[in-house]
Every structure is written in structure tokens, then in C-alpha cells.
Design a protein around this ligand. Structure first.
Ligand SMILES: Nc1ncnc2c1ncn2[C@@H]1O[C@H](COP(=O)(O)OP(=O)(O)OP(=O)(O)O)[C@@H](O)[C@H]1O
Length: 644
């Protein structure tokens, strides 16, 4: 437990610096006299390797007089119980690895001639660290620089423009928080795969190329873990939901968002019961007259379809200071409304201090015909599912249909109108007819780029535009949907009209499952290997057992340690490190499988060796880990099974 206590200092924040290396020791400037008088830090080489090659050659850190006095250094004479006599503990006192070509990092600031101050050393370390990690979290003082950058508008990230309080229509204008974030370079985390290894170098209708798919998924991951902005004055907790983040403008000075006749706001929130992220749509000033109004939500909870955003639950709350209705939906990271994806005008541009609205080039907002058919088929399928369940969507609109990944549509906000309109019941068949009309209006809007395309005066002109840009079948579908077709018109008829397009859609959907299966195969080993690496992390170099040589230098643990060296710490004939990922993956996969193949593990002093099979090593890992799991008294010990 002692290892998990808080540091005894007023400020618990610990600056993260790049660990000292042999080079640091070698090229470190001579310490000042004042430094010598102060308490000196112990040399890391002693702590890690048990010895320091530079002890008498300029290393300025503290070297304890006798190895036996050093708690972390392996003992010269360790008990060899349970090991063959050839595997003495001396074996671990292997020479320290020193790269043949020491890398010096030149800094722009020339080092002072003599007696550099501790500050200079810190600065050097910081510069080194920046060179190592371009996207590191800001170092102390960097906040000020970033604030300055943000106030000067130097920093801009198109995906976060909406959070910029200096724009004309800011999201959080009332509180005007400034969002400063490091742009993530996703390929730092999932690097671009060389073309020869990419199974899906070309994108399919629903799935982008392997590399783009990874970028997309990293984007989802970032979206899901985005921190909540400060100062928005939102409830901290709401019926078990916390960390509310508005997904749209909630600034007081801007136009209020409407959902029909109600003011509404959409939030992302985390549910404390299941830890999952949800999308909450709040309707302001709603008065619940009959509990039965929520019965529609129960029906919607049972409607699961890939074209419908799943309804989770609904409740009323006073947490916002009024009486609000909140409906929780599945959250789809980075979702965009159809309006935002296809109909939104190009954002204004500033040039020479003047603002102007660039004219979108003709055809720029035009949805490609293949995409349009895909949208029509997906929406028709979603409507069919809902109508078959006896419900109506009641809100098929470009601002309520979401594009959730490549060419994938889902209808959002389902069930909410049913609750709001509970007091004015309407015939279900009538509502379903209205769904078809709304669907038709949406097709008109997507074809022409104008949300009012199907209304009165625009109707004829819109038909002309559609005829010019798309095949006649699109026009037929749009007219079928908006025209009054009698009481027997239903979604089934539309699906008959577009049956050939449905077949194309199905083929594309099946191709995408093939692509995803292929991608999954490539990733399958990762989870197993991460579990193995976690076990190594748990077993190797446990600080609390460092004083107990029998733990790490004998029996199972010693074999695990030598295997770790065999996998990760190999050097070539010139003493240079071998960084062969294939070797690592092959070894770990064989270990995971526990094969009978034998390998030779060599002690660090190269004086002794062991021939063991992967099966033996696997059982060593299991027994060492099992021993730790048994000793663990924390509540997490119950999760140890999760590593198997
Ligand atoms: N289930 C969801 N998952 C993820 N994001 C969602 C979800 N539902 C809505 N959003 C996002 O929330 C934002 C606001 O949604 P909303 O439906 O209010 O759209 P809007 O364009 O603001 O429409 P309106 O003008 O009617 O307010 C949109 O950017 C949308 O992408």
C-alpha cells in the first residue's frame, strides 16, 4: 500500500520528464558546489541495472558504496533455491547497454561554459522532451503561451470551430470559455499501414480504407473521451447522468434551438450505472400531466434497427432550474445531421479584415446519386421497421437524420413527439402517411440543396433541378412520396419501386461486413498480446519485491525475466539494439499458444543458459501471475480472471 500513498508535498502534481539516460549522465554539465551540498539523487543506472559504467567517469549522481546496501540492486549473492546451480543470481548483473553511437540532441541555446544552473538543466530536459514528443501535454508555462495563441486566433482546428467564442454565432457565447487543445495526430497512435500490408486499400461504399477507418475510429475514441468544458453552469448530476456536454449552441444571445414548438438542447452525458455515453435531448418547460405519456417510450425501447437511433429512457427533471423532459438516446460519436453534412452553407471567410460568404460552386453540395439511393434505401428500411411496429417516426427531417459513419444514416429523436403530443392523440395510419410525405420533402431537399424545395413556389423549379442532376427514378420516388396516394399508399410500395436499388445496397452492406471481418482478423491477436504484456508488467521488477531476491531472481520469475530479455532486449553482433517487431509478435503469439517449441534463454552475463519450451514459460507466467493475484487484497483482485 505504501507505494500508492500520495506524495508528501503541498503540490501533488509531479512534472513528467524524460527518464535520464546514460547519455544524459555522460553529457551532463558538472554540478555546482551548491548542488553537491544538497541531497544528491541516486543514479538511475544503479537503480535499474545495479551498476553504472560511468561511476568514476563523470556521472554526477549518487553511487552507494556497497551493492548490498542498495535496496533495488540485485544482490551479488542471492539464494538459488529452486534454480539450477548454473543460474546464479550474479547472472543478472549484466553489463549496461550502451548504444555505439551516442545521440546528441543539439539545442538552439548554447550550453553555458561552466556551472549551469539547475534551471538550465530543466530547460534542456524540456527541449529534449519536446523533440521526442511533438504532441506532449503542455509543460508548465505552456498554458500561457497557448492562451495567447488562442486569443490571437493562431490556433485553429476546423472540427472545433463551433467552440470558438470569437465567431459571430458562438456556442457558449454567454460564458465564452476558450477551448485550447492539442490537435491529435491520429497516426501517432495508429500509423499509416504500408500498402503491401493493407488488405483493403480501396474504400467500399460503407467502409473507408484501412488507414482511414483507423483514423475514423480514433476520432470516435477522442470524441467519447472529450473533457467537459468549464463554466457552462450545467447540472453536475442528472438522474444518474454526469459530465454533460452540450452538442449545440447554448449561448444566451443566440437564436434558441427549436424542436417543433419547444425549445430543446442536446447534450452528451455519461451514465454512472453502466459507464456508457448517451445523447440526452432536453425539452424545456415541459409539464407532465399523465405518467402514461411515457408509454410510447417503452414501445420505442423495443424498436432496435440500424437505421434508428436507439431510445434508452425518458424522465422529467428540475435539475436545469425548470421542469424539463429528457429523453436519453444512444450516442453516436462524431454524428452529423444531414443538414450539416450536405446542406449547410460554406462558412464565412475573412480576407483583409472583411467578412464575405463564399458562393458554393455549382454542384458542390450535390449529393452523389449512389449516396442518395443509399440514403433512400436506408430510410425506407427504418420507416418500414417502425411502421411494422405500429409506430410513426413523426420527425423525418434533415436536422434530425444523422450521418453516423461513411454513408450510414440513422433517424434520431424518435419517441419524443409521442410524449409531447400525448394530449392530442392522432390516428397511427395518418401519422404514417405523414412520415412518407416528410420523407419525400427530405429527398427534395437533398436533391436541390434547399430545405424549402418542395414547398409551393419552389416545387416546379425543384423538379427541373432534380431532372437535370439525377436519373428519372429519383424524381419518381420523390413524387410518389409527396403526392397524396390514397389510404393504401405505404412504405412497402416504395420498397417495391426501388427493389433493384435495395439489392445493390444489400450487396454493398455484405461487402462491408467482409471488409470488417478482414480488419478484425488482423486485430484479433492484439487483445491477447496486450493481456500478456500486462502480465509481464505486473510480474517484472516489482518494487516491493526488489528487496527479496528470491522473488525476481529465482524460479518462475527469473525465467519470465530472461524471456522478457529474449523478446525485447536482444542486441546484434555490434551490440546495437534489435527492434524487430515481428520477432516480438511471433514470440508473444507462441507464448500465448504455449507451443512445445524450445528456445534458449541466456543470462545477462552470458555465463549460463536455459533451454525451455514456450509451454514451460507460459506456465511460469501463469504461476507468477497467480501468486500475485492471490496476494492481492485489493478489490480489483476479483478482476484477475479478466487477464486470462
Ligand atoms: N444520438 C446522437 N448521437 C450523437 N450526436 C447527436 C445525436 N443526436 C443529435 N446529435 C448531434 O447533436 C447536435 C444537435 O442536434 P439537433 O437535433 O438539435 O440538430 P440541429 O441541427 O441543432 O437541429 P435544430 O436546428 O432543430 O436544433 C447535432 O450536431 C447532432 O449531430
Amino acid at each position: 500500500m505504501a507505494f500508492f500513498t500520495r506524495p508528501q508535498s503541498a503540490n501533488a502534481a509531479i512534472k513528467i520528464v524524460r527518464p535520464a539516460t546514460v547519455e544524459d549522465d555522460q553529457f551532463k554539465p558538472a554540478p555546482t558546489a551548491a548542488k553537491k551540498d544538497s541531497v544528491q539523487r541516486q543514479c538511475r543506472n544503479i537503480m535499474i541495472y545495479g551498476s553504472c559504467k560511468f561511476e568514476n567517469k563523470g556521472c554526477v549522481y549518487y553511487h552507494p558504496p556497497a551493492p548490498d546496501a542498495v535496496p533495488f540492486a540485485p544482490r551479488a549473492e542471492s539464494p538459488t533455491k529452486g534454480l539450477s546451480p548454473t543460474l546464479s543470481a550474479k547472472a543478472v548483473n549484466a553489463p549496461v547497454f550502451v548504444p555505439k553511437l551516442p545521440v546528441r540532441i543539439e539545442t538552439s541555446t548554447p550550453p553555458p561554459e561552466s556551472s549551469p544552473s539547475p534551471e538550465y538543466h530543466d530547460e534542456q530536459q524540456q527541449q529534449h522532451q519536446e523533440m521526442y514528443d511533438e504532441y506532449a501535454y503542455p509543460a508548465p508555462g505552456a498554458d500561457d503561451q497557448m492562451q495567447e495563441m488562442s486569443s490571437n486566433n493562431f490556433y485553429s482546428d476546423p472540427s472545433y470551430d463551433t467552440y470558438d467564442p470569437t465567431t459571430e454565432n458562438p456556442y457558449f457565447a454567454a460564458q465564452a470559455p476558450v477551448f485550447v487543445r492539442q490537435p491529435l495526430n491520429y497516426h501517432l497512435y495508429s500509423s499509416v499501414i504500408p500498402p503491401s500490408f493493407v488488405s483493403s486499400a480501396t474504400d467500399t461504399h460503407f467502409i473507408p480504407t484501412s488507414t482511414d477507418l483507423r483514423t475514423l475510429l480514433q476520432g470516435y475514441s477522442e470524441d467519447l473521451r472529450a473533457a467537459a468544458p468549464q463554466g457552462l453552469n450545467l447540472p453536475e448530476e442528472l438522474q444518474g447522468y454526469h459530465t454533460l456536454i452540450p452538442l449545440e449552441n447554448i449561448g444566451g444571445s443566440t437564436e434558441r434551438r427549436k424542436f417543433g414548438n419547444w425549445h430543446s438542447t442536446v447534450y452528451r452525458a455519461t451514465n454512472s450505472l453502466d459507464g456508457t455515453t448517451y445523447c440526452l435531448r432536453r425539452i424545456e418547460n415541459y409539464r407532465l400531466n399523465h405518467q402514461a405519456a411515457f408509454s410510447a417510450i417503452e414501445t420505442w425501447q423495443n424498436i432496435r434497427h440500424p437505421g434508428v437511433v436507439a431510445v434508452h429512457e425518458a424522465f422529467t427533471t428540475h435539475a436545469f432550474g425548470d421542469s424539463s423532459l429528457v429523453v436519453a438516446y444512444a450516442y453516436h460519436p462524431k454524428a452529423q445531421t444531414l443538414f450539416d453534412a450536405h446542406l449547410k452553407l460554406t462558412p464565412p471567410v475573412y480576407q483583409h479584415g472583411a467578412r464575405y460568404q463564399p458562393q458554393a460552386p455549382p454542384g458542390q453540395t450535390q449529393v452523389p446519386e449512389r449516396t442518395l439511393w443509399s440514403y433512400i434505401v436506408q430510410l425506407a428500411a427504418a420507416i418500414k421497421r417502425v411502421h411494422d411496429a405500429g409506430q410513426a417516426l413523426r420527425m423525418i427531417d434533415v436536422t434530425k437524420v444523422l450521418v453516423t459513419s461513411k454513408n450510414r444514416l440513422r433517424v434520431s429523436s424518435c419517441g419524443i413527439v409521442d410524449v409531447l403530443m400525448y394530449d392530442s392523440p392522432q390516428d397511427a395510419h395518418q401519422l404514417q402517411q405523414e412520415d412518407l410525405t416528410m420523407f419525400g420533402r427530405l429527398v427534395f431537399a437533398l436533391c436541390t440543396g434547399n430545405v424549402m424545395a418542395s414547398s409551393g413556389g419552389n416545387f416546379q423549379k425543384s423538379l427541373e433541378v432534380m431532372g437535370r442532376l439525377y436519373s428519372p427514378e429519383i424524381k419518381t420516388v420523390a413524387l410518389f412520396l409527396v403526392n397524396k396516394g390514397g389510404p393504401h399508399k405505404n412504405i412497402g410500395h416504395l420498397l417495391e419501386i426501388i427493389s433493384s436499388r435495395v439489392a445493390t445496397e444489400m450487396s454493398d452492406a455484405l461487402s462491408s461486413t467482409d471488409v470488417l471481418e478482414n480488419e478484425l482478423m488482423g486485430e484479433l491477436e492484439n487483445a491477447r498480446l496486450v493481456r500478456l504484456l500486462c502480465k509481464f508488467g505486473f510480474i517484472n521488477e516489482r518494487p516491493e519485491f526488489a528487496r527479496e531476491p528470491r522473488w525476481s531472481e529465482t524460479g518462475d520469475r527469473y525465467i519470465v525475466k530472461l524471456f522478457r530479455d529474449y523478446v525485447f532486449h536482444q542486441i546484434d553482433e555490434n551490440g546495437n539494439p534489435v527492434l524487430n517487431l515481428s520477432h516480438v509478435l511471433t514470440c508473444l503469439s507462441k507464448l500465448d499458444a504455449g507451443t512445445d517449441e524450445r528456445i534458449m534463454l541466456i543470462a545477462r552475463d552470458e555465463q549460463s543458459c536455459l533451454v525451455v519450451s514456450y509451454k514451460d514459460i507460459k506456465s511460469c507466467v501463469e504461476s507468477a501471475f497467480g501468486e500475485l493475484a492471490r496476494a492481492s487484497t485489493s478489490s480489483n483482485s476479483a478482476n484477475a480472471g479478466g487477464y486470462r
